[in-house]
Design a protein around this ligand. Structure first.
Ligand SMILES: [Fe+2]
Length: 338
């Protein structure tokens, strides 16, 4: 019997589908926080979401007959819902509204790992040469250079800036290797947005979002967004590029152990590449539902292994045993400072 999600997680907006891919009048079912939910779109094209009873995937339904609905909003091409009391706003991605961008969903991919683990992998540049060989990285350019990380209290998000990496093929529009600058945001516990140098316009950034749907504590669906400056590639080509990258990440993610994200600093070894991951874990710890500690005194948050009360991920803390660390012993591991 899965444990009920903490209130912090219940009150979040959660992504559940690419809106255009929901067929009008047909039921799609999926899992959200261990609850079976059903989705469709009405004749007006608007998504409708509810807690599933006996509906099955592919059933025909008139959305007007669904009265007990969950909250719904659409943003960035996706449908979002909430099992608790949602906040009014979802995090902003202002670039999405720029008229000359090509915005697209790039698939919804099931992964046997927790949503926080998938966010953490998205933040990690150190795996580029080993997992995305000759696309996002290549040997001998394996060093993760010093970069800045902060937690913005005003925007309530983790922000990593000045992240630089030499990439053989940074985007579909790239014509050769280039040093790419990245900015990562984590504006939601299960979502991250990446801004990277745009091969076509050096003054602008391509935007890639990963929105994780926490299905259970150890499984999720990754919904991918691209918002690109690219006058030449087709949407199909842009999607295929991103799906190729994510196809390389998926088996690595699924080999991670444990599948939930440990927040206890003692389970880890510090390396510079994980500076953003450590900030993310600390931010998650702070967002955890401190007032609802379980009887053992543990903090509760969906998809993580909580630190014991009184401990948190600190600067001396460390990322843990990611599966590919063990599989890729050639990766430079830096002990000590972040
Ligand atoms: Fe990756």
């Amino acid at each position: 019997m899965p444990k009920a999600p903490d209130q912090t997680t219940k009150d979040l907006w959660h992504v559940v589908a690419a809106t255009d891919e929901l067929a009008i009048g047909l039921v799609e079912t999926t899992l959200l926080l261990d609850r079976r939910i059903a989705l469709t779109r009405g004749l007006d094209g608007e998504p409708v979401v509810w807690l599933a009873t006996d509906e099955e995937n592919g059933d025909e339904i008139d959305a007007e007959t669904v009265f007990d609905r969950l909250p719904v909003r659409t943003a960035y091409g996706y449908t979002w819902t909430c099992l608790g009391t949602p906040s009014a706003e979802l995090f902003p991605i202002p670039e999405y509204a720029e008229p000359d961008r090509t915005n697209m969903s790039c698939g919804s991919i099931g992964i046997h790992v927790s949503a926080p683990r998938a966010v953490e992998n998205f933040l990690d540049m150190g795996h580029f040469p080993y997992v995305h060989t000759d696309i996002l990285g290549s040997e001998p350019h394996t060093e993760v250079k010093e970069y800045d990380v902060e937690v913005s209290e005003e925007r309530d998000e983790v922000l990593a800036t000045k992240c630089k990496f030499i990439q053989p093929m940074a985007a579909k529009s790239a014509t050769g290797a280039m040093e790419v600058e990245y900015v990562y945001r984590v504006p939601h516990p299960f979502c991250s947005v990446l801004y990277k140098s745009c091969p076509e316009d050096e003054n602008r950034r391509d935007v890639i979002g990963i929105f994780l749907q926490p299905m259970t504590e150890e499984t999720c669906r990754a919904h991918l967004l691209q918002s690109m400056i690219d006058s030449y590639s087709t949407v199909t080509d842009l999607r295929r590029f991103q799906q190729t990258i994510f196809g390389q990440d998926k088996p690595i993610l699924e080999n991670q152990y444990p599948k939930k994200l440990p927040l206890d600093p003692r389970s880890e070894t510090p390396i510079r590449a994980d500076k953003s991951a450590i900030a993310y874990r600390r931010w998650l710890s702070q967002k955890g539902d401190y007032l609802r500690c379980d009887p053992a005194g543990l903090l509760v948050f969906h998809g993580v292994i909580p630190a014991k009360a009184g401990t948190s991920v600190t600067k001396q803390g460390s990322p843990l045993s990611r599966g590919w660390h063990r599989d890729k012993p050639t990766r430079p591991v830096r002990q000590g400072g972040l």
